[in-house]
Design a protein around this ligand. Structure first.
Ligand SMILES: C[S@@+](CC[C@H](N)C(=O)[O-])C[C@H]1O[C@@H](n2cnc3c(N)ncnc32)[C@H](O)[C@@H]1O
Length: 259
């Protein structure tokens, strides 16, 4: 039986690559990626797992910065795109990050899991696998859409008129409801050209405490949590300057108890 999440990403692979455009969306470029890069620190010479690597732009970026990157994604089509665009020294595997049995224990210095855990039902298994394949003192950096203001889950902006300057609708206020109900939502994304993705995408809403406790139960110690703000004065990001869009967590595999 085909995994429904795998099917979504297989069928959306072309549209997703178009949306990413080889560099990430403006939200990625101006809000998320600088924060992730700061938390990763110096990647040079480090073994880095890009878990749920998509079309691979972050694998390529951190390879250029000197990391020895392995990219894993559930979508064979996205992994084909990764391979066709990357220098030969990046290793790519089609695989499920909730079961990394093709990777040996204590292989990586760093794991990057960028905007993936909210798209998978088995996020706690993924965290346990990350613990297993990390070396001691290795770091996990993962990002999600902020669970308290989850635009892809129970939350929504109440929108006003379209701003003629930014071409974006003004945010009046953010409505948050059903925060404690952990369930799957589905949404249809659009490409940069405004075309609908062929398949809806699943988003698994979870509370902040569910994420934090799962990291701890996997044996990892949280060392930093960031709610990154836009790195630009551009009025386009008015909404993201009022409430955080992303949440980024850095955790470490340390000796000793995490509780
Ligand atoms: C929102 S995209 C993020 C991709 C990439 N990390 C980025 O920042 O561009 C989510 C990715 O997770 C992948 N994915 C979903 N479930 C997965 C799983 N169980 N194992 C591995 N990859 C998975 C999808 O195929 C997709 O490429």
């Amino acid at each position: 039986m085909v995994d429904p999440i795998e099917k979504q990403w297989e069928e959306n692979s072309k549209a997703y690559a178009e949306l990413i455009g080889g560099e990430g969306t403006p939200h990625h470029q101006h809000i998320l990626n600088p924060c992730v890069e700061k938390l990763l620190g110096d990647v040079s010479g480090k073994n880095l797992l890009d878990a749920g690597c998509g079309e691979g732009y972050l694998s390529r970026y951190y390879t250029e910065k000197g990391a020895l990157v392995t990219g894993v994604d559930i979508s064979g089509k996205l992994i084909e795109m990764c391979k066709s665009q990357s220098p030969g020294n990046v290793k790519y595997n089609v695989g499920n990050i909730c079961d990394l049995d093709f990777i040996e224990d204590e292989t990586f210095d760093l794991i990057l899991c960028n905007l993936v855990l909210l798209n998978i039902p088995c996020f706690d298994d993924a965290l346990k696998e990350f613990y297993r394949v990390l070396r001691f003192e290795g770091g996990l950096i993962f990002s999600i859409v902020h669970p308290a203001f989850n635009f892809y889950g129970p939350g929504k902006w109440e929108m006003g008129e379209r701003d003629p300057e930014t071409r974006r609708r003004t945010g009046l206020f953010f409505k948050a409801d059903q925060y404690f109900e952990e369930k799957e939502y589905q949404g249809i994304w659009q490409t940069r050209e405004g075309e609908k993705f062929p398949q809806p995408i699943s988003f698994f809403h979870r509370t902040l405490s569910t994420y934090v406790n799962a990291v701890s139960e996997a044996g990892l110690k949280i060392v930093r949590i960031e709610e990154p703000r836009p790195m630009t004065e551009d009025k386009f990001f008015d909404r993201e300057n009022r409430i955080p869009f992303f949440l980024v967590v850095k955790a470490r595999k340390s000796f000793g108890s995490t509780t």
